[in-house]
Design a protein around this ligand. Structure first.
Ligand SMILES: CC[C@@H](C(=O)O)C(=O)SCCNC(=O)CCNC(=O)[C@H](O)C(C)(C)COP(=O)(O)OP(=O)(O)OC[C@H]1O[C@@H](n2cnc3c(N)ncnc32)[C@H](O)[C@@H]1OP(=O)(O)O
Ligand SMILES: [Co+2]
Length: 133
């Protein structure tokens, strides 16, 4: 398994883009709005993984709630999986609490599913599988 991306909750994606451009010395390779999650995202390649910056587009967004409670910072870790359906079944059978009944469409051409932080040592885990074809 490999870390596909690390999600970072930010108040303002433009400001955070500038900061991360200066920090990493590279520009983001894409920006994408994901309506279903009420977020604007931007992505940076770092080695063989990515940083995903997430800005809320609505006060009901998980990102808005997170920032209100905890401030900006690391929001989730995403693991790349080959077969998200099989991995969801495996995790369910191990007692992890999944936040989706079925995978949903995420950013950057991925199917995604989340594991509740309360069942993963306080870490929100995202599974993601590339949409092929
Ligand atoms: C762009 C698309 C996609 C991609 O392709 O990469 C994304 O990354 S989308 C990212 C945004 N979407 C999500 O996070 C969806 C999954 N998250 C959720 O369903 C919810 O955020 C949640 C995890 C179920 C929490 O929601 P809720 O219970 O309504 O919020 P609370 O504020 O009441 O939190 C309860 C409890 O959980 C703690 N918490 C919340 N978020 C996190 C987190 N990211 N990491 C660790 N812990 C988290 C929160 O602090 C509360 O704890 P207590 O206060 O101790 O009860
Ligand atoms: Co993510």
């Amino acid at each position: 398994m490999q870390v596909e991306h690390i999600g970072i909750a930010v108040k303002n994606c433009n400001d955070a883009n500038h900061l991360f451009e200066n920090l990493l010395g590279i520009a983001p390779y894409k920006a994408e709005k994901v309506e279903s999650e009420a977020v604007n995202t931007s992505f940076f390649h770092v080695g063989n993984t990515k940083i995903e910056l997430l800005e809320a587009t609505s006060e009901n967004s998980a990102i808005a709630k997170f920032i209100e409670k905890r401030g900006e910072g690391i929001h989730h870790i995403a693991f790349e999986v080959e077969d998200i359906y099989a991995e969801m079944e495996r995790l369910k059978s191990q007692g992890f609490q999944l936040l989706n009944e079925a995978p949903k469409r995420g950013a950057d051409n991925k199917l995604v599913c989340f594991v509740h932080p309360k069942s993963a040592n306080g870490v929100l885990v995202e599974l993601c599988q590339e949409i092929r074809g």
